[in-house]
Design a protein around this ligand. Sequence first.
Ligand code: ZN
Ligand code: ZN
Length: 350
Amino acid sequence: MYLSSSRSPAGLIAFSTLALVGCNETSETQHKHVEQTENSTQTKQTKISEGIDLSMFTEGAFAQPPKIVDCTTSEGTETMCYQFVTSGAPAGREPGPFCPRNTSDGAEAGGGWFNKEGSGDLVDITGEFILKLGEYYGDEKWLVYDAKTNKVRYTATKAACLGAARPDVEEQYKQNCIECELAYLDDDFSLTYLIPTTPIPAKKSSRVHTVGIALDGAELSGPAPVNAILGSYTIAAFDDCGGHINVHQGYHYHSTTGCTDKAVQTDDGHAPLIGYAADGYGIYAMKNAEGKEESLDECRGTTDEIRGYHYHAASPSENMFIGCMHGETVRPAGPPAGSPPDGQRPPEAK
Ligand SMILES: [Zn+2]
Ligand SMILES: [Zn+2]
């Protein structure tokens, strides 16, 4: 998948590959996928709906009607891709709330954040959570509120959002609950994604920074740089849906908490669809109707006779959706002038 933002040369951003590291499936596992696919193809009455079904997206997910265009994958395969253009906002709802305003505020006033265990549900960002950050992280330096007024320190302006939502947080924006608004995006902000119309299994699984696109059109992003965030005594608050805003990616998810879940019309109790990965395979919720998980490969994928190859998302606090890309993804042959070299993203990243 290839993504560009219309405004910045930064644009290619999200599309830079993180490098083909780790997560290489064993040839044995790959073999199994192939066999399974062949087997299910032989069962003629079974229709495999592998890849993107446009009707699953929320109305308003795209800024322009999706188009089908020629594209070339990173692996050099010439194929056809959907070209999705989004406005950087989730369709059908207003993002937020993110940061509570007062240390006495309850869960409804704030969103969520990765819990320190790194798996399971997000922790609610309540006033009390802000108050007890030092205790929570075992570091008494945390002070994200004014001890006299009990007001939570949060990024209330565009300048503060820009200063705080970057890896090298300016001193004055440390000790802040970070939140940004969609209003801070440029007027003609847009993001473009290219995703193969028919997924192509890759010889080797890979990792790309942008994981994919949720059914509401918002980006499913790569991992948030949690160490840098916490190291600056900041919380890059999510809303209860597991997403937050920056000026490079608009509203984007780091976690899936059910907000984009869409039940698929099958009666096998399979987990709901949440979005599509950059390689075109579907990403489903972690658990099925009975609360059970399927057995998955390193990419968090599996194959069945109805959906073909597909992924199941990790739990909300794992700071990831899938383990790696099973299929080929598209990125530009060469970055346009002015854009950062591959792998070097502009200050995002939160
Ligand atoms: Zn499944
Ligand atoms: Zn982020």
